[in-house]
Design a protein around this ligand. Structure first.
Ligand SMILES: Nc1ncnc2c1ncn2[C@@H]1O[C@H](COP(=O)(O)OP(=O)(O)OP(=O)(O)O)[C@@H](O)[C@H]1O
Ligand SMILES: [Mg+2]
Length: 374
């Protein structure tokens, strides 16, 4: 009897397809199993359906011990409250976002982890899947860093402030005349003390900015007042180099924190002074662009090569190795400016031409008429 050759061919093709499908499934499963990040999937009642090896390791148990368990049982923040978990897991900060949680290991110990949670529908059912990253090490590093910062604060800043006070007193002659040579030594020691204190203050500022612990108000800051106050701070430094600072304010106000914005503008001005030739002029201007105000500091100094224009905003980055020694400073000023401006919802940048000069600018929301009266 003649049989159609298409039947065994179709069967072979189906078998091949099935094998390919199995292969592809196995490969996907192998990737999930070997991933360094944890993966947990739960159904709409938040009962765990599957976990990968990394997630099981994080919770200190076998995968089988987690499958079938209510999700809230391994998230101690919810206690026995499954409803609260259901509510939290539909919050926009949790679903579709990255959030931080505490997990409970099998031995009862707690560990912090980062969760990226998503929801999806499959076969008419709703599921949630979470990507987990253990944050224990990161938290430990953070703890050590905080300890160091607090040591720097108490064990270094406090005695240095008192040493500086004593040196200032000695130099003033209140405690009696000191020979000129000793006077020079005292003045040098005082200058070094001031530099060290400035460095410690900068490091502490950056640390507080990183942890968003620097208090920042959002109030109207009149452009003209900001410019005048900042120029007052650097007046002595500018006069010592015979540099003039011209102010060209506009009538509006920026929305931000007055003291912090003075800190930003003072650093931009002190940089402009440091890197400008004696006798030159610096101009501070402002312009309003689509609901924002841009403050610009233009100098006629040495300028910054294109390759360094982004780098100067990084910590401890100085264009010339000699900048720290010859001009003072440690390369933290612009990093602090950037953190402050960003935290206030603005932008900062530089335009520059080598040998011609630079314009450092920052842009912040303008205070509206109602806010300006407030
Ligand atoms: N106006 C400018 N002209 C030329 N180079 C500049 C200018 N402003 C900054 N730079 C370069 O960018 C570097 C970083 O500036 P930043 O304000 O961060 O640090 P610093 O002034 O060296 O020290 P600090 O501000 O911490 O006292 C400077 O050392 C300098 O090399
Ligand atoms: Mg500086």
């Amino acid at each position: 009897m003649l049989t159609s050759p298409s039947v065994p061919i179709a069967a072979a093709a189906t078998a091949l397809l099935e094998e390919r499908l199995r292969d592809s499934e196995n490969r996907a499963q192998a990737i999930i199993d070997h991933m360094l990040g944890g993966l947990i999937m739960a159904d709409e009642s938040y009962v765990i359906q599957s976990v990968n090896a990394a997630a099981a390791r994080m919770f200190g148990c076998e995968r089988e011990e987690l499958v079938g368990k209510d999700l809230w049982r391994i998230l101690p923040e919810f206690g026995d409250d499954a409803d609260e978990l259901q509510l939290s897991f539909i919050e926009p900060e949790v679903l579709g976002s990255v959030s931080e949680w505490w997990g409970q290991r099998k031995d009862g110990s707690l560990f912090p982890f980062e969760l990226s949670l998503c929801a999806f529908h499959y076969g008419g059912q709703r599921y949630v899947a979470g990507n987990l990253r253990d944050l224990s090490e990161l938290h430990e590093v953070e703890r050590v860093k905080l300890e160091l910062i607090s040591t720097v604060n108490h064990e270094l800043r406090t005695p240095l402030t008192s040493i500086r006070g004593s040196l200032t007193l000695l130099a003033s002659g209140v405690l009696g005349e000191i020979p000129p040579e000793a006077g020079e030594m005292v003045a040098l020691a005082e200058r070094n003390c001031v530099r060290l204190l400035a460095l410690i203050n900068d490091i502490l500022d950056l640390e507080r900015l990183d942890r968003r612990q620097m208090e920042m108000s959002r109030a109207p800051v009149p452009v003209a007042t900001l410019m005048e106050r900042s120029r007052d701070v650097v007046r002595g430094m500018a006069e010592a180099q015979d540099i003039t600072i011209g102010l060209h304010p506009i009538a509006g106000a920026l929305l931000g924190d007055f003291d912090r914005l003075v800190q930003v503008l003072v650093n931009l001005l002190s940089n402009a002074i440091k890197f400008s030739p004696a006798g030159s002029a610096i101009a501070v201007s402002a312009l309003e662009v689509q609901g924002t105000i841009e403050v610009r500091v233009r100098d006629r100094g040495r300028g910054i090569a294109a390759a360094y224009r982004d780098l100067v905003f990084e910590r401890f980055k100085q264009v010339e190795v000699s900048d720290a020694r010859e001009k003072g400073g440690t390369g933290l000023g612009l990093a602090i400016c950037q953190s402050i401006v960003k935290q206030l919802g603005g932008q900062i940048g530089v335009e520059s031409e080598e040998g011609v000069g630079s314009v450092f600018w920052f842009r912040l929301p303008a205070a509206t008429a109602g806010e300006e009266k407030a």
